[in-house]
Write a protein that binds this ligand. Structure first.
Ligand code: SF4
Ligand code: SF4
Length: 379
């Protein structure tokens, strides 16, 4: 498949020079993860010089959602990603080869790119009964990791399954599913949890490694802090409603329809560290759970996802109150006659707008009260 794609490409993209095209793809990828634009320029240099990071991607107990999310990037698009930015030497789902040929391709890549490649794992690793619950080409996942990891320059666990076990590790965890960092404990494993994970968090990590030869700063769970340093709640577009005590009570009630906070429907955003609220999926605005009206279910958190019931509420981590509370009886300094004249003219126009706005709010409140949305004053 990769060959076909390569042959179908020209060095011009609808009149845009290849270099400009690459540059914009790198800029978009870098900007998506908050990296400086100088880094994008360096990425272009590296890519043009043929120094693309080689990736060997291993899939174990997984649903292919992690791969699917990567295929949905549009900046860069799949073919740019695979042909221009990374050298995807092995990936079961995307390989044209199958069976023994595919396994031979993995072994050849391990040898050819020894010490250079990034080993990526999606899916959890079964450890019960010597790992027999996931076997590929007659080898267990444990054996495949044992073959592939030693020559890898960097290790990335993409998705919640490989970050900490994910769905397969839900109690009673019959296969003994664990994350990669429980198998490899003597080297750093970058974890990119999420179900699915945001592809830009993966790309940002890979491109930084390819360009600077360094891994991003990680938290104590191995997650890059550029993506997992803050809770969903901190940047949630519904946060103003949380602070104002406006909570949807039921799906489809007036509060829900008005975009109120989903905490009382079980939103785990206050205790979930991830950047979904600012980095949406499929490059479509608002394509993320809270953006379409569903509570965050905490998929990046080992202690929450698939363990805490979907509609149960969780602790609010690091509650940060609004910086300024509106005063109830604001102090007003004395006003000069000139100022009142000018203000009178301005306020004449503003009053009309304010009346319209307060009517709208009253309508919303009335509709919400009527539809069982809850507006509380104790945030
Ligand atoms: Fe699928 Fe989620 Fe596991 Fe990725 S983390 S393999 S999307 S179940
Ligand atoms: Fe957003 Fe959930 Fe926080 Fe409400 S509780 S502000 S919906 S993250």
């Amino acid at each position: 498949m990769l060959d076909l794609l390569a042959r179908s490409r020209s060095h011009e993209y609808e009149g845009i020079a290849r270099r400009d095209f690459l540059k914009s793809a790198c800029l978009l990828a870098a900007a998506a993860v908050g990296m400086p634009s100088e880094l994008a320029a360096r990425m272009v240099q590296e890519v043009e010089a043929g120094r693309k990071p080689t990736v060997i991607w291993l899939s174990f107990q997984e649903c292919t959602g992690c791969t699917e999310t990567l295929l949905r990037t549009s900046s860069p698009q799949l073919d740019e990603l695979l042909l221009d930015l990374i050298n995807l030497a092995y990936h079961e789902t995307l390989l044209a080869a199958a069976g023994h040929q595919a396994e031979a391709a993995r072994m050849a890549a391990i040898e050819e790119y020894a010490g250079e490649y990034i080993m990526v794992v999606d899916g959890s690793i079964p450890t019960a009964d010597n790992g027999i619950y996931c076997m590929i080409g007659g080898k267990t996942a444990l054996e495949i990791i044992e073959e592939t990891a030693p020559n890898a320059a960097a290790l990335i666990a993409i998705g919640s399954c490989s970050a900490w076990g994910g769905i397969p590790s839900s109690p009673p965890n019959p296969t003994g599913a664990v994350g990669l960092n429980e198998i490899i404990t003597d080297r750093p494993v970058v974890t990119i949890p999420g179900c699915p994970p945001n592809p830009y968090n993966f790309l940002g990590t890979v491109l930084q490694y390819a360009t600077l030869g360094t891994l991003p700063e990680l938290d104590e769970k191995g997650r890059p802090t550029f993506a997992y340093g803050r809770t969903i709640h901190e940047h949630c577009p519904r946060r103003a409603h949380f602070d104002a005590g406006r909570f949807a009570q039921r799906y489809g009630d007036a509060g829900h329809r008005l975009g109120w906070c989903l905490y009382e429907l079980g939103c785990k955003g206050p205790s979930t560290y991830a950047n979904c609220s600012v980095q949406h999926f499929n490059d479509v605005p608002d394509a993320w759970p809270i953006g379409i009206g569903h509570p965050c279910y905490g998929c990046t958190e080992e202690d929450i996802a698939f363990k805490v019931p979907l509609h149960a509420t969780t602790e609010i981590n690091d509650p940060t109150p609004p910086r300024i509370f509106p005063p109830i009886t604001p102090d007003r300094p004395g006003i000069s006659p000139l100022a009142t004249g000018v203000a009178g003219a301005v306020l004449g126009g503003a009053a009309g707008a304010a009346i319209m706005a307060s009517n709208k709010l009253s309508d919303d409140d009335a509709e919400a009260d009527d539809g069982s949305g809850s507006a509380r004053t104790e945030g």
